[in-house]
Design a protein. Structure first.
Ligand code: COA
Length: 203
């Protein structure tokens, strides 16, 4: 099949963002459904707190076909306040869930540059879209002085594991202990070390 050119854009550089993109991005984090609820609920909790400078979007002539979200310097794609949690679950339940969400976000503090989420629309898969997004993510990492990109992938997500292995990610550890403590699936921590672009020697 002829591969259509894909344009990768940092979402904060867009003058307008379609609400459908916010809905799509907030549909991730399904593994935290026990804290954040179903897709609709996650959207209500997170949509107003998206940090668009941590989101890359892949466009083709059809519109947005993929996104990558990343985190560095303790800032990821979501910084919700407690208010939507309290609105959704009441004062006690909302504060508790907000606290748990913030703890789960802090858990990633030790990653210098963390690939938080990557998704391509089903109709556009196996055409190199995620590879182009990953390339742009690595450029973001290098641009902010990081030499490695890390992520967590569900052990059962064989397609994603194959994708990351294809791109030189290696397994660092399997975090099965976490799923013994909280109801989330076993995840594997992957890492890719980046090589900075070689400098052209000055004459
Ligand atoms: C995983 C995902 C992001 C891959 O996106 P994609 O645009 O289809 O990936 P690419 O076309 O860039 O794939 C590059 C290579 O990765 C490997 N790969 C990608 N998807 C694969 C699959 N389903 N099965 C096996 N290998 C796969 C292949 O080697 C592929 O090269 P090839 O097509 O020439 O054989 C996409 O399937 C997706 O959005 N899945 C749902 C969300 C998800 O699981 N995200 C990762 C969470 S950490």
């Amino acid at each position: 099949m002829q591969r259509e050119p894909v344009q990768i854009v940092l979402a904060s550089s867009l003058s307008e963002r379609e609400p459908a993109i916010a809905r799509w991005i907030t549909s991730g984090r399904g593994s935290l459904a026990f804290i954040l609820g179903d897709e609709e609920c996650r959207h209500r909790l997170l949509a107003d707190g998206i940090n668009w400078d941590r989101v890359l979007i892949a466009y083709c002539s059809e519109g947005a076909i993929g996104y990558a979200a990343f985190k560095h310097h303790r800032r990821g794609p979501f910084s919700p306040g407690p208010a939507p949690f309290v609105r959704e679950f009441g004062w006690l339940g909302g504060s508790l869930r907000y606290g748990l969400f913030m703890i789960s976000e802090c858990r990633e503090w030790y990653y210098g540059f963390y690939l938080y989420g990557l998704r391509v629309r089903k109709v556009a898969r196996r055409q190199g879209v995620a590879s182009a997004l990953l390339q742009a993510v690595c450029e973001q990492a290098l641009g902010c002085g990081q030499e490695k990109v890390e992520l967590e992938v569900q052990a059962k997500n064989l397609a994603a594991r194959t994708f990351y292995a294809h791109h030189g990610f290696v397994s660092i550890r399997t975090m099965s202990w976490l799923s013994r403590l909280v109801p989330i699936p076993t995840v594997i921590n992957l890492r890719r070390t980046l090589s900075p672009p070689s400098r052209v020697p000055s004459k």
